[in-house]
Design a protein. Structure first.
Length: 249
């Protein structure tokens, strides 16, 4: 019980941070035609901020199911790595159903707190850690969905910019810390502009809700950066081999 309460306390700041973002999601979702109940259920069953925003955009644009699935899969791909990393901090004998419950709420912030724990992450502690963020994300969505009917159309339209602010907030911090991430962001952004404005190629952005352009830009951006990194690694290895040969000669 003490571990669960400790998890609740650790997760409370995340709860407070989730409310304004999910509030905006509720506003935008209702503006797009979702009911407050539907918007709330989406948040309750997903806990994937960027994936949810992208998903409702694709639904609004009439994107086919396969495009919706692939787009959200690519956007949420990082959760696979987080889950794999966190699995090393739990008891190996933890039952599968408990692991599945924990996987439900491995968000960026929850993962960061759990990963910083010096000791093994127990199921009661993680249960408390995920409870308050879930409540904050779901409650914020419900409040935003209800408030959408009380705000003026002009104010509702202004709230739409929060979507782009959220995406910027996601990519800027890691880009500032890593040149590789920054390069991937720049390449993906450049490709997105090409898919949007270059005649002939921009057909890709007009299919469905534009999800295929996002998918292609993300995959190509990552592939180009990985290729550049591999080329640099091989050059360094070759230079080191030449230096060894010269020294031995």
């Amino acid at each position: 019980m003490n571990e669960f309460v400790g998890g609740l306390k650790r997760g409370f700041p995340i709860c407070l941070g989730y409310i304004p973002v999910s509030f905006t999601f509720g506003l935008i979702a209702v503006k797009m035609g979702f009911t407050p109940l539907q918007a709330t259920v989406i948040s309750l069953t997903n806990m994937a901020s960027a994936g949810q925003f992208a998903g409702i955009r694709l639904i609004e644009g009439g994107a086919p199911y396969i495009e919706l699935i692939v787009t959200t899969f690519v956007i949420n791909l990082r959760y696979f790595l987080m889950s794999l990393s966190l699995s090393q901090k739990v008891n190996p004998e933890l039952p599968f159903y408990k692991r599945a419950i924990m996987a439900y709420c491995i968000t960026d912030e929850v993962f960061a707190l759990a990963a910083m724990e010096p000791e093994e992450v127990s199921f009661p502690f993680f249960g408390g850690l995920m409870t308050t963020p879930i409540l904050g994300w779901t409650t914020g969505t419900l409040l935003g969905a209800i408030a959408s009917n009380l705000l003026s159309p002009m104010l509702q339209g202004c709230m739409g910019i929060a979507l782009y602010c959220m995406f910027i907030a996601i990519i800027i911090p890691p880009a500032r810390k890593s040149r590789k991430v920054a390069l991937a962001v720049v390449i993906a952004a450049a490709l997105s502009c090409i898919f949007k404005y270059v005649p002939g190629i921009n057909t890709l952005s007009k299919v469905g809700g534009g999800g295929w352009a996002i998918i292609t830009a993300a995959i190509l951006g990552a592939a180009i950066c990985a290729t550049i990194k591999e080329v640099k690694r091989r050059r360094k290895a070759a230079a080191a081999a030449i230096a060894v040969e010269r020294r031995d000669a």
